[in-house]
Design a protein around this ligand. Sequence first.
Ligand code: 3PG
Length: 306
Amino acid sequence: MKVLIATEKPFAKVAVEGIRKITDEAGYELALLEKYSDKKQLLEAVADADALIIRSDIIDKEVFDNAKNLKIVVRAGAGVDNVDLQAATQAGVCVMNTPGQNANAVAELALALMVYGVRNLFNGTSGTELMGKKLGIHAFGNVGRNVARIAKGFGMDVYAFDAYCPKEVIEQSGVKAVDSVEELYSTCQFVSLHIPATPETVNSINRDLLMRMPKGALLLNTARKEVINEAELVQVMEEREDFRYITDIKPAINDELAAKFPTRYFSTPKKMGAQTAEANINAGLAAARQIAGFFKDGCEKFRVNK
Ligand code: 3PG
């Protein structure tokens, strides 16, 4: 049995060692493809793999067509928008994620980026504080809940909207639940995005929502770039001199935004929300255990394709 770790953005070394321990104990062979630059390398590496551990790596039909032995793909992380789930099902491959395992890492980065934004990108000028400000959490999943927990420590007034999470669940966490996405944006000067990229959410963060945000608005994106309507974001930033956009996912229009709004726009050079040793260990080891459980006990908990 061969398990392949294919990570264009590698795990911390300690996480790979932990995965190896689990695969060794299970009697599997472990192969490693890190920092690859060409899809061909991935196509070659998957050719004889029975199981695959990935991060944001694109796993499309061509990959499944080249992976005749493949039975399971585990995305060590939350979002599965990088995997063609239909192609997986057609190929008879089970796809899983490891929900929650990297959530604290992303949430800590979200707060760090918020501080960076309100301190004017550390340019030496006088900024503002987070305490007492209204933060809107757009989607109350694993990351959103962790952001709420940490933001309360900063003394922020935390609100949330999640189309799929009952208001009572949000309120049990000491967070104010609002009735609509429009209300969230109209209420909160700070909005932190935690929605996945799905057909319903792609391009959904648009001018209408962003223009509702109170004065001194800061939109924070540690989720996915695809959810932003980028053309309308530029319009909003042109119309509103008070509007800031801080992101962990470099948009296609990064250079334009950086040139036009040097003090109100920032993107990390590479998505780094989940890039901690702890998150890599949590998600990587969970992925390896899920693979062992799948082969040994037929366990399909965390399966995301039908
Ligand atoms: C996720 O979906 O789990 C996060 O976006 C992290 O992605 P990454 O593993 O590519 O850093």
